[in-house]
Design a protein around this ligand. Structure first.
Ligand SMILES: Cc1ncc(COP(=O)(O)O)c(C=O)c1O
Length: 446
């Protein structure tokens, strides 16, 4: 690698420490020194079909040769229309409208604004309040940061955030004190009920949650029946349900919508990350006819969106990614292979007493580390275990996604695996083997 001293600074990530990317191919990335990295987490669970796929690149190039971006107030485009038709078909149910954006934060920000605009349209202007959950992440803009139960990322902005009510995370491995597995869903539904009553049902606009928690929890699927029970409470009080599927959606868990698995449809849903596979930034907010129709009748338009909403080349990228997923049967692959991969991984990691839990769905897998399996106690923060594992994996040519703070906002260590949907069996074995070496090294170093 070239010397770091002459490098310019930028982005606020300490780029002077990072290797320079040269190119990507399939599940691998290569830096300028020629070192190869297997992308075991699709970066931050974003690169759903691997890197530099010729079909996706060609679709983008074809679009760029014609026009990069048609401004949303002047034109529509076939890329946008075809992608919208595909997404509405994939989502099914009553989903009827899509507002595109350029990131998960923007998609979630639009989700909040659509909920507020809906209650304005139906004349319930007092419904302004949001309920969210502890140990959650919804993005970096001030609105959705306010809804994020992620102490470390909120701290510097406290005092300027929206007032939001927080309820417990739905975590079977770390339930609230004195709540057993069987009682967990009724406990959490009752907690939401209490929270709505305390705020006053006439003031609550929406309940916001990740169907499978990503970065803030280290992949935490909700227990069976949770989403349905929470939806029943929301319906009872005329509170909208907003699903943040930015990380867990777009096929990552083996169904196109993560909540398909739970048999429910939220009122509003945000997706991003895997939607266009990271080839060009693309997010989207979908809402049902029940929400969209009153808005369109009252106002004619959604009061949200940005200059590059529905960016044409980004839509072309999204369309190419979605076509590839369909043609190659990648959802089925993620569903079936994901279960066996997680099973093998669980077996291979069982010899480490420090591996407390291996969980997830499809190609969205979380590994939680504890001081001992019996006590489930987390490591001390100063140990930086997940970062240590992540750094060792990276040095060994594997990209995984370390997380911390999943226990109480400060303590806890997790590693997320989220390989490309089209990773081969051999590549998945390499992910497993390289991760084990990194874990062994980190735990051995104590
Ligand atoms: C669940 C969830 N929501 C929202 C976001 C924000 O997305 P972005 O970083 O693209 O703004 C993220 C990003 O990690 C996420 O995981």
């Amino acid at each position: 690698m070239s010397t770091t001293a002459r490098r310019p600074r930028g982005g606020g990530f300490g780029i002077e420490r990072l290797p320079r990317i040269a190119y990507g191919k399939g599940s691998y990335l290569y830096d300028e020194s020629g070192k190869r990295y297997l992308d075991g987490s699709g970066g931050p669970a974003a690169f759903s079909v691997g890197h530099a796929h010729p079909e996706v690149n060609e679709a983008i190039m074809r679009q760029l040769e014609r026009v990069a971006c048609a401004y949303r107030y002047l034109y529509t485009s076939s890329a946008l229309e075809e992608l919208s038709a595909v997404l509405l078909q994939l989502c099914g149910g009553d989903f009827q409208q899509i507002i595109y954006s350029g990131s998960g934060s923007e998609a979630m920000e639009s989700a909040l604004k659509i909920a507020l605009q809906y209650y304005s349209a139906v004349g319930l202007m007092r419904k302004r309040h949001f309920i969210a959950r502890e140990r959650s992440w919804h993005g970096n803009t001030l609105g959705v940061l306010s809804l994020s139960g992620f102490a470390q990322r909120r701290r510097a902005f406290e005092g300027s955030l929206l007032e939001v009510s927080f309820i417990s995370a739905a975590n079977e491995y770390r339930p609230p004190p004195d709540v057993g597995a069987e009682g967990l869903v009724p406990y959490l539904a009752a907690e939401l009920e209490r929270c709505i009553q305390q705020a006053g049902p006439e003031t609550v606009a929406a309940f916001v949650f990740e169907p499978v928690v990503g970065a803030a929890g280290g992949v935490v699927p909700a227990p069976a029946g949770y989403a349905l029970a929470m939806q029943a409470v929301c319906r009872k009080h005329d509170v909208l349900m907003i699903a943040d599927e930015v990380m867990c959606g777009s096929g990552r868990t083996g169904t196109w919508r993560a909540l398909e698995h739970d048999g429910i449809e939220p009122d509003i849903m945000a997706i991003a990350k895997g939607l266009a596979g990271g080839y060009i930034p693309l997010g989207a907010t979908l809402c049902t006819g029940r929400v969209a129709n009153p808005i369109l009748e009252a106002d004619g338009v959604f009061y949200t969106g940005h200059t590059f909403t529905g960016h044409t080349a980004a839509c072309a990228a999204g369309l190419a990614v979605q076509r590839l997923i369909k043609r190659e049967g990648l959802l089925e692959r993620v569903r079936n292979k994901g279960a066996s991969f997680r099973h093998e991984l669980t077996g291979a990691l069982s010899r480490f007493d420090e591996v407390g839990d291996v969980r997830g769905r499809g190609y969205f897998i979380g590994i939680e580390f504890v001081r001992s399996r019996a006590t489930r106690q987390p490591f001390v923060r100063e140990r930086g275990l997940s970062l240590d594992i992540g750094a060792r994996a990276f040095a060994g040519g594997l990209i995984c996604y370390p997380g911390s703070g999943n226990v109480d906002g400060a303590l806890g260590d997790t590693i997320i695996l989220a390989p490309p949907y089209n990773a081969s069996d051999t590549e998945l074995e390499e992910v497993r083997d390289k991760l084990i070496i990194a874990i062994e090294g980190a735990l051995g170093a104590k």
